[in-house]
Write a protein that binds this ligand. Sequence first.
Ligand code: NI
Length: 135
Amino acid sequence: MVYVTRRETFAAAHRLFIPEKSDSENEKIFGKCSNPNWHGHNYTLEVVVRGKPEVETGFVIDIKVLKEIIREHVINKVDHKNLNIETDFMKGVIPTSENITMAIWNQLKDKIPSGELYSVKLYETENNYFEYKGE
Ligand code: NI
């Protein structure tokens, strides 16, 4: 197996909160990320596809194609957007990095034309990252 990784970056705004709770209760749970006036993160996304290289091309997946799939189904929907309001695939979900990572997996899982989606990794900061492998 060869593991092929494409890295993309995006900037997005969000607010972590449980609507039924007060602002101060939300702040206890989510800290700064519950600021009612929003805030942003510069996210880094790594998508890994694995498979055996095709004999004719030597590719697991054409990385240009992988790039376009990620741009169309993820980056265009999140970059410079408010994840709580504008991103269709995050509707009704608290935009924690855990939930964003799983939602991006679900966006991509049926769209990979060769090889198979292996993992989605999301860096919220340099020190914090979240990874989902579909189970
Ligand atoms: Ni935040």
